[in-house]
Design a protein around this ligand. Structure first.
Ligand SMILES: Cc1cc2nc3c(=O)[nH]c(=O)nc-3n(C[C@H](O)[C@H](O)[C@H](O)COP(=O)(O)OP(=O)(O)OC[C@H]3O[C@@H](n4cnc5c(N)ncnc54)[C@H](O)[C@@H]3O)c2cc1C
Length: 504
């Protein structure tokens, strides 16, 4: 940050004299402020170890300033002088009013979060084995939560694992929900007005939230899992514009989340919408598990669709054992590197999974029910699959049975052929996630209809549907993002006094 930028940012804060030995913030604090060091010097400490020294002209802060997460490090004054303190509201105002400062600070926050993540902050300790806690591991990665794993902790038995230790509070059999609650990341009602609630933080919901907040709507974004939806479970998205070598779903999600934070979207996850109260058509109210209600002026539904499963014995047990997967993220693929696996499905997701697994030296049997693989899969994937020495393609087949004990050892295909297989990666489609949307019209397959008259408007004037959830949508990341952006324009129109009546 140059001198002029430092001065501009300092104008949003208050000067304080800081004496040596004073902690500006401490590991485990529930929140903290941004500090600009005018003349003071500070050391950043973790586990009594100095990891960074900052002096006049530097600023102290990282991503938690925007997400409201706990503090991971301690900032201790080592040389007396003046510091400028910016509270959360003033920091938000500065980011909104100065694009150059926003870009600079958010990039610095992101880089610092990476450093904290890789050196592992101690505010959140996980006890157990990461490979047996996939849900927790995925959630922590998606929300960029710094944490450290350790195998044991005094007083805990194997039955208590995975456990989380937060500020000396021990959560036994920790779930993403319990960790979020303890870290203050779940939704808590306050007196702030909410213009728009976006339910579902996949690409459609993230895009809607970013566009809405950047256009001045006070926006809350909720998701029952982590952030990123199906896209975050995708090892590599090769057909999205703007990335010369494609982009992983994780990275795309990270970038989208930073945009959302920049524009002051309030993100809460895990947080499940259970119902929609439409008693007052001008004020839809989203009801959450746990009983909280969010009254707003418009709702964008972006809850996507759920994976289909086969109705065959042992499916649920093998799924619980982690031998059946519905995504091919980096951790999923790494778990089955160098092993025989089966991939089921004939669309792009199955093709990408087969290629990612084969790239990690897994031998892959790809089972496609149809007799033509190119019917639902992009040609570039089909070509690579056909040419790959580790992938065997079985057309006109399906999975009839699963074999194994605690874990999967084989898959029986149609015509009783048995494949040696340690995991089944299943990509056979999905059903729309609409259980919370009582009273909103759907098509015969359960996808939300958008009869308008505004684009993306459902049968309920102030409720809009975007992404995979919308009837007739193209199930792609870019189209989901386009839906999210487009729906915000309709929200503005709907909020501007007159309520267009939906067509029947
Ligand atoms: C393995 C795989 C690979 C893919 N590869 C590609 C690709 O390469 N290129 C491409 O363009 N597309 C790809 N796709 C498709 C693409 O990911 C989807 O079309 C896209 O993610 C849809 O976005 P969405 O936001 O509509 O829904 P989703 O991504 O499904 O997100 C919905 C979100 O809503 C949340 N949710 C659901 N119910 C609730 C509730 N009641 N309360 C709160 N939150 C809720 C879910 O947790 C989820 O995060 C792939 C999909 C998969 C599974």
């Amino acid at each position: 940050m140059n001198d002029e930028q430092f001065r501009r940012l300092a104008a949003y804060g208050q000067a304080e004299h800081a004496v040596p030995g004073r902690d500006l913030f401490t590991t485990g604090d529930r929140s903290y402020d941004l500090f600009l060091l005018e003349t003071a010097a500070v050391e950043i400490v973790r586990d009594q170890r100095v990891i960074f020294r900052a002096g006049p002209g530097d600023f102290l802060g990282e991503l938690g300033l925007l997400t409201g997460q706990h503090v991971y490090l301690t900032g201790r004054v080592i040389s007396a002088g003046t510091v400028i303190r910016l509270g959360a509201a003033n920091l938000r105002r500065a980011l909104a009013e100065h694009a150059d400062l926003a870009d600079l600070l958010i990039e610095a926050f992101r880089q610092r979060r990476e450093v904290i993540r890789t050196t592992a902050g101690t505010a959140l300790r996980l006890v157990g084995r990461p490979d047996t806690a996939l849900a927790l591991r995925t959630y922590l990665a998606q929300l960029l939560l710094p944490h450290a794993w350790q195998e044991t902790y005094p007083g805990l038995t194997p039955d208590d694992l995975p456990a989380a230790v937060i500020d000396r509070t021990v959560l036994r059999r920790a779930t993403p929900g319990a960790v979020a609650e303890a870290l203050g990341l779940t939704y808590r009602p306050d007196d702030r007005e909410v213009d728009l609630v976006v339910v579902g933080a996949g690409p459609a919901g993230l895009a809607a939230a970013v566009y809405a907040a950047s256009e001045g709507l006070s926006t809350v974004l909720l998701d029952r899992g982590g952030i990123g939806g199906q896209a975050a479970k995708t090892a590599r998205i090769e057909n999205h514009l703007g990335f010369s070598h494609g982009i992983s779903g994780d990275e795309l999600t990270r970038l989208a989340m930073l945009r959302a934070l920049k524009f002051n979207v309030r993100i809460h996850s895990p947080c499940t919408a259970t119902a929609l109260d439409l008693t007052d058509p001008h004020r839809p109210t989203v009801q959450l598990d746990g009983g909280a209600r969010i009254r707003c002026r418009a709702v964008i539904a972006a809850t996507g669709a759920n994976y289909r499963r086969l109705d065959i014995p042992g499916w649920a047990a093998f799924e619980r054992a982690g031998c059946i997967r519905y995504a091919a993220t980096e951790p999923d693929v790494r778990d089955y590197a160098n092993q025989p696996v089966t991939v089921l499905g004939g669309a792009n997701s199955a093709g990408q999974a087969a290629l990612s697994l084969a790239a990690h030296n897994a031998t892959v049997d790809l089972i496609v029910r149809g007799t033509r693989v190119g019917a639902r899969m992009s040609t570039y994937l089909v070509d690579r699959i056909r040419a790959h020495p580790l992938i065997r393609l079985h057309l006109g087949s399906t999975v009839d049975a699963l074999i194994g004990g605690d874990t999967l050892s084989g898959v029986v295909m149609s015509r009783a052929e048995t494949l040696d297989s340690r995991a089944l990666f299943c990509f056979i489609g999905a059903t729309p996630e609409t259980s919370w949307l009582t009273g909103v019209a759907t098509d015969d397959n359960g996808f939300l209809r958008t009869p308008g008259p505004l684009p993306f408007q459902t049968s309920t004037p102030r409720v809009f549907a975007v992404g995979d959830l919308r009837a007739g949508s193209t199930k792609r990341v870019a189209t989901a993002v386009g839906d999210g952006a487009g729906a915000v324009s309709s929200v503005h129109t709907a909020l501007a006094a007159r309520l267009p009546t939906p067509a029947t």
